[in-house]
Design a protein around this ligand. Structure first.
Ligand SMILES: C[S@@+](CC[C@H](N)C(=O)[O-])C[C@H]1O[C@@H](n2cnc3c(N)ncnc32)[C@H](O)[C@@H]1O
Length: 328
């Protein structure tokens, strides 16, 4: 998944096609800010709240699925989380901070990833005049990036943390905990304001390695193995392993959020296996309602009308060529 050149000046990150659904989930929620929140405040003449976005796994900007081209399907690059966040902060009337952390453990890839991200942002800086000034880019392992973010975050106004690792062990629970504790004075639904979070919970990894490498779940859940396993087994009596992990994670998130996360499952192109679950955590009445009701419906409609026809074609073409599914 290293950044690659696609023949144009820009460089893109090669990803699987199901990744588009993840980005649509993120975009759907950020669009609620740029469309609804901004408009409602303008019509009601109330002061608009400022907004900050912290993308701690910002990668390189653009995404591209090579399989689309390989199978002769229409395939344009699309915006990854960093560019979605840049567009949101640029368009939102009071977008005050964009914090992008683009890290990779390999120093060469890290350097390339960051350079690509900086290049990808240039047209956004040109389009949105305040954006460059409001943007901070770091290249730190998440444990350090969250400390940096903590120093900058405005606790009394809305902020969104985007947490999109490759594997569950790259997002240890203590990082979530640290963000959840960034609490302000202002009360929201009976609890102090805290950042909102968009989390990619890699359920397929957790399921696959629950027996052979249980430490992945131990790190992601921040619980000792005997503790999470006993609860996991109890949940599994009435649900499957994936839902049991989601339920365990929801329980932990409940230590910070009054409202349950809004969840969308992301399936691979064969539409069978669930690869991960996208979670939105917010205690805002309006944000939660808009995403749980309208946003999820919009996402489903888009998936059926736009994404699935292409995914089906890809699956048929792969079968014709005798390939196995390699979608995770
Ligand atoms: C799934 S990708 C993120 C994709 C990106 N959010 C997007 O939408 O385009 C995961 C990213 O996490 C980075 N990463 C890996 N280990 C990390 C760590 N310990 N701390 C922070 N980032 C890490 C990877 O280099 C990669 O850029």
């Amino acid at each position: 998944m290293n950044p690659k050149t696609d023949g144009r000046v820009e460089v893109v990150e090669e990803v699987k096609f199901h990744t588009r659904i993840k980005h649509k989930f993120i975009d759907t929620y950020l669009s609620i800010w740029t469309n609804n929140v901004a408009k409602n405040h303008m019509t009601s003449k109330k002061r608009i709240p400022s907004l900050e976005i912290y993308d701690l796994y910002a990668a390189s900007g653009w995404c591209y699925c090579d399989e689309l081209t390989q199978y002769g399907l229409e395939g344009e690059r699309w915006e990854g989380s960093a560019l979605l966040a840049a567009r949101c902060i640029g368009e939102y009337p009071k977008g005050t901070r964009l914090f992008l952390n683009s890290y990779h453990p390999d120093p060469d890839i890290r350097q390339q990833q960051r350079a690509t991200l900086e290049e990808s942002l240039k047209p956004y800086y040109a389009k949105y005049p305040r954006l460059r000034r409001n943007t901070t880019i770091t290249s730190l392992p998440v444990e350090k990036a969250v400390v940096q973010a903590e120093r900058m975050v405005n606790r009394n106004f809305p902020s969104i943390f985007i947490l999109d690792p490759y594997e569950p062990k790259q997002l240890p629970w203590h990082v979530i905990e640290r963000i959840g504790r960034m609490q302000g004075q202002y009360q929201l639904g009976g609890a102090p304001r805290k950042p909102e979070m968009i989390i990619n919970l890699m359920t397929s990894y957790l399921q696959r390695f629950s027996d052979t490498q249980p430490e992945f779940a131990t790190i992601a859940l921040g619980m000792k193995e005997d503790l999470w396993r006993s609860r996991f087994e109890a949940y599994k009596e009435t649900s499957n392993a994936r839902d049991a992990f989601i339920q365990l994670y929801r329980d932990r998130l409940g230590e910070f959020y009054i409202k349950p996360p809004v969840v969308a499952l992301v399936r691979d192109t064969s539409n069978r296996a669930v690869v991960y679950a996208m979670l939105l955590c917010t205690d805002s009445d309006a944000g939660h309602f808009m995403m749980a009701v309208k946003g999820i419906q919009e996402l489903k409609r888009w998936k059926v009308e736009v994404w699935e026809p292409q995914a089906r074609k890809m699956t048929v073409l792969k079968k014709d060529q005798g390939q196995t599914f390699l979608n995770v």
